[in-house]
Every structure is written in structure tokens, then in C-alpha cells.
Design a protein around this ligand. Structure first.
Ligand SMILES: Nc1ncnc2c1ncn2[C@@H]1O[C@H](COP(=O)(O)OP(=O)(O)OP(=O)(O)O)[C@@H](O)[C@H]1O
Ligand SMILES: [Mg+2]
Length: 245
């Protein structure tokens, strides 16, 4: 079977000399990027707040021709150029096939995007209701259900921000459907539910750089697992004030 893997790996271009003392190259996840090998189906980028996930995803998306503000490739709307220069320093290996569709989702700019979609009068491709008449989660699910297709490349930054736990499970089921139709996903997330996708590659951005981890070895899984095993006990321990001697 011919592989539909669109993204193979990404690394810093060996011929370029970035300034490692300044953003974005000072971030360990960028400085020690190494060779980030993408899974043919789903790759998760996880890590603490501020570890560089969005910086990496945005650079990847811009290097691939997506608007830094998010959207498909046909969204050429002008916005403030706030993205870093990292995209100019990435060397990306791609598969032999080009994706038939693609999308870069930045959760925080979805509102902007909803406006643009409606201005372009292509809202019907997403849902029969205006995206502005739907909640954040409803409009994201409409995007996932009606706009995303097989053989597409989807770069999503914290898609769980909009979703209830039940909808996160529904999103996983839809992602699986799209993967079976040849789609590839790169997803930055804090969600232990999304990260559970079987066989996905999980990369953790840490102060030491980027490391691949098994699902059960991630901090997300451990913290959530321990908390859910005994929520009252965990909260008691957390809020316990040390007694005066
Ligand atoms: N334009 C910028 N100039 C300087 N530093 C920046 C800039 N944008 C982001 N940073 C810093 O780079 C670091 C990584 O930011 P980034 O948004 O990539 O983190 P993240 O892993 O996506 O975090 P979160 O989980 O909170 O979304 C942060 O410390 C942030 O303050
Ligand atoms: Mg982020």
C-alpha cells in the first residue's frame, strides 16, 4: 500500500546559524529539537505551559504554507505578523504524496477564523448553522465533522480547549475515522484523553529538549491517574496547611 504520510520529520537546518540566546532558539524544545519524527497517523506534542509547543506547531504550519493565524491554505487574510522566525530555520522532510486538504487550528484565533469563513461565505461547508451561533465546542466539532477530510494534514493546537470530556472522546473517534481515510495529525495537547490515541507518537517538550514517551509514562497520565484514583485524598493533601510546631 502506498503511504499517505505527508510529514516525515523536522529538524533545525544544519546550514543555518540561529542565535541560541534568544527566543525561539533559546527554548530547550527548539534548541535540542534533534530530528522530530512524525507518526504516519497521530503525533502529540505535550509539555508544561511555556515549553514551546505552540512555537513549534506554528513554525511547522507556516513552513508548510499555512497562515500563522490558523485556517486552511486558502485563508490569505492579513493579520498581525506575531509569529517567530523559526519556520525559516526548519528543514522538513515530506512524503511523496501531497495532502489533499489541510488545516492549522489555533484555539485562540478560532473566533477570527469563524468570521473569515463567514465573510467568504463558505460557512455551509462546516455546518448549516453560522459558526457564530454555535458554542466554541460545537463549532470545533462542526469543523472536525464537516470540514476535515481523509488524506488531509491537520495541525491542531490544544483542540481540547473547547471540548467537554465526552466531546473529546467523540473527537478521538472522528480523528480515528480520518486516520483510516489517510489523514495525518500533529496535535499539541494537555489532554490525557486525546493523548490516549492508540499507537500515537508522544513527544514531551522538557528542559532537556524533546523526548518520546509512552502514554503511561507521561506526567499528564500520572497526575490524572493518581488524582482520579482518590480525588478527595489528593485535594486534602494539596490543601493541607502545615501545623505550627
Ligand atoms: N514572541 C515571543 N517573544 C519572546 N518569547 C516568547 C514569544 N512567544 C512566546 N514566547 C515565550 O516562549 C515560551 C514558549 O511559548 P509557547 O507559547 O510556545 O508555549 P506552549 O508550550 O505552547 O505553552 P502553553 O501550554 O501554555 O500553550 C514561553 O515562555 C513564552 O513566554
Ligand atoms: Mg501553547
Amino acid at each position: 500500500m502506498i503511504s499517505y504520510q505527508f510529514l516525515i520529520d523536522a529538524q533545525l537546518h544544519p546550514d543555518k546559524k540561529p542565535d541560541f540566546s534568544a527566543y525561539p532558539f533559546c527554548l530547550p524544545a527548539v534548541r535540542h529539537l534533534g530530528r522530530l519524527e512524525f507518526d504516519p497517523a497521530v503525533t502529540f506534542i505535550v509539555g508544561e505551559n511555556g515549553s514551546g509547543k505552540s512555537t513549534l506547531l506554528e513554525a511547522l504550519a507556516v513552513a508548510l504554507g499555512y497562515n500563522a493565524e490558523g485556517g486552511g491554505k486558502n485563508f490569505g487574510f492579513a493579520t498581525r505578523a506575531s509569529h517567530s522566525c523559526l519556520h525559516e530555520y526548519l528543514r522538513i522532510a515530506r512524503g511523496v504524496r501531497m495532502p489533499k486538504d489541510g488545516y492549522f487550528l489555533r484555539a485562540e484565533s478560532f473566533f477570527n477564523l469563524a468570521t473569515t469563513i463567514e465573510d467568504l461565505d463558505v460557512g455551509g461547508a462546516y455546518s448549516d448553522r453560522s459558526l457564530h451561533e454555535q458554542s466554541h465546542g460545537e463549532s470545533f466539532m462542526a469543523l472536525l465533522q464537516n470540514r476535515f477530510r481523509g488524506k488531509g494534514l491537520y495541525i491542531l493546537d490544544e483542540p481540547e480547549a473547547a471540548l467537554s470530556p465526552r466531546r473529546q472522546l467523540a473527537a478521538l473517534a472522528r480523528i480515528h475515522e480520518l486516520v483510516q481515510e489517510g489523514a495525518q495529525f500533529v496535535i499539541a495537547t494537555h489532554s490525557p484523553i486525546l493523548m490516549s490515541y492508540p499507537e500515537a507518537s508522544i513527544f514531551v517538550c522538557s528542559p532537556e529538549g524533546i523526548r518520546q514517551r509512552a502514554y503511561e509514562d507521561t506526567e499528564h497520565y500520572e497526575v490524572m491517574h493518581d488524582f482520579m484514583a482518590n480525588p478527595r485524598g489528593a485535594i486534602r493533601k494539596l490543601l493541607e496547611t502545615p501545623k505550627e510546631p
